[in-house]
Design a protein around this ligand. Structure first.
Ligand SMILES: N[C@@H](CCC(=O)N[C@@H](CS)C(=O)NCC(=O)O)C(=O)O
Length: 208
């Protein structure tokens, strides 16, 4: 297996934290997004979507979605499960991961990519030229203003999002909180449950 990734980026971080918690090491090449390597010919031959991370399996299959890569690795390395153990936990972890991606990751990405000059004509990841739409900056913020109170409520009286143990849902949420900081829209002191949750995730990762 070979992993292509770029450590500072938010989706790669979701996977890096999954692997770190479970103690998984894979031969890795960094694709420097700051230098645009994800859109270079060499990398597009590996992942035509031009996104990181990508996991290339020994039979040549390329997995390009973090949650799919996590599912594959969890099956190979079942110790310290992060995708749930019961039917309900498994459903909740995947549901939260999907919801966080759609509700928060995309909202932050819209806010960032539609305003920053460095993303001119690159409003969406990938090889397609996509012009910025200024209105999506405000819409992104609107969506985050709705999302954080929902998350805060969901964490009331519980340590972890999807059951009694840390899961990928928690790692994803902490990555979302970090990414939201890039656009100064991370939850602040009015969101004590969410802040405590991020600290709990960091502590679990530090112990792993
Ligand atoms: N669906 C992918 C999303 C991957 C993604 O969007 N990655 C970003 C980095 S966080 C990327 O590769 N962006 C490429 C670009 O901006 O050109 C996943 O679940 O991993």
């Amino acid at each position: 297996m070979k992993l292509y990734t770029f450590d500072p980026a938010p989706n790669p971080k979701r996977l890096a934290d999954f692997m770190a918690y479970k103690g998984i090491a894979i031969a890795t090449t960094q694709i420097d997004m700051m230098a645009g390597e994800q859109l270079g010919d060499d990398y597009l031959k590996i992942n035509p979507a031009g996104t990181v991370p990508a996991l290339v399996l020994d039979d040549g299959t390329v997995l390009t979605e973090v949650i799919g890569i996590c599912c594959y690795l969890e099956a190979l390395y079942p110790e310290k499960p992060l995708l749930g153990t019961t039917a309900l936990e498994k459903a909740l972890v995947i549901s939260w991961s999907h919801k966080l991606f759609a509700m928060i990751m995309i909202a932050v990405a819209d806010t960032l990519r539609n305003r920053s000059p460095s993303f001119a004509n690159r409003a969406l990841p990938g090889p397609l030229d996509v012009p910025q739409i200024e209105a999506l900056v405000e819409r992104g913020k609107l969506r985050l203003n709705y999302a954080w109170p929902e998350i805060e409520k969901a964490l009331a009286g519980r340590d972890w999002l999807a059951g009694e143990n840390i899961s990928q849902a928690d790692i994803d949420l902490a990555a979302c909180v970090g990414f939201a900081g890039w656009v100064k829209s991370a939850p602040g002191e009015d969101f004590p449950n969410t802040l405590a949750h991020s600290a709990r995730v960091q502590a679990a990762l530090a112990q792993s």
